[in-house]
Design a binder for this molecule. Structure first.
Ligand code: SF4
Length: 197
């Protein structure tokens, strides 16, 4: 032991050396050891497929939750990684997608519908039923007031241009088809998603 190395440092170095020798003796590379121990971390989890919500690339993710099987522990997502079977990203994620776990557990994450009534500055929680009813009521009133059957030249246009809809580029083909079918059927022309590709 050199004069520069403390007793604690000495034990750290020798412990690391012993560990490396042990793994080497088993014939395993560090990558193989990591691959071998990973299943144990996720052994009791439930795996679910999903899509990263951030951008229009729509990378596939695997989400692992724990706690729901026992029925007496609140389910919690403990790990997220890229889905190797998804043809969009083949298991890769950009830094935003790799940080999804933090977004999910953020105290600022919006988890339910809220409304700020006219004349107030406070947001209040409402049910999904109430939110959908409110949105439908507003849409109906606006469409009734602004729907144009014909333009100034008398040409039939059947359009509703006073409202717009922001859909999702991460939606499936079927959801995208239905979204457009319903909105175009109402005469809406301003439909967009976050896709810029
Ligand atoms: S992982 Fe990155 S590139 Fe992929 S959808 Fe999410 S934000 Fe977009």
């Amino acid at each position: 032991m050199t004069a520069q190395m403390t007793r604690r440092q000495f034990f750290k170095v020798t412990a690391g050396g012993v560990a490396s020798v042990g793994l080497g003796a088993l014939g395993l590379s560090p990558e193989q050891v990591q691959a071998a121990t990973r299943p144990f971390k996720l052994e009791r989890t439930t795996e679910a497929r999903n899509i990263c919500p951030y951008c229009s690339v729509s990378c596939g993710v695997l989400m692992y939750s724990i706690g729901d099987k026992a029925k007496n522990v609140k389910a919690e997502i403990i790990h997220i990684e890229g889905d190797p079977d998804n043809p969009v990203n083949r298991g890769t994620l950009c830094p935003k997608g790799a940080g999804l776990l933090d977004m999910i557990h953020s105290p600022n994450r919006l988890k339910y519908p809220e409304v700020r009534e006219a004349g107030t500055s406070e947001w209040k929680r409402i049910s999904w039923d109430e939110a959908i009813t409110r949105i439908a009521t507003h849409m109906r009133a606006d469409r009734d007031a602004n729907f144009q059957a014909k333009n100034a030249d008398g040409v039939t246009v059947n359009r509703w241009q006073s409202a717009g809809f922001l859909a999702s580029s991460a939606a499936s083909n079927e959801a995208g088809y239905l979204t457009n079918k319903v909105l175009r059927g109402l005469g809406m022309t301003a439909i967009d998603t976050q896709a810029r590709i």
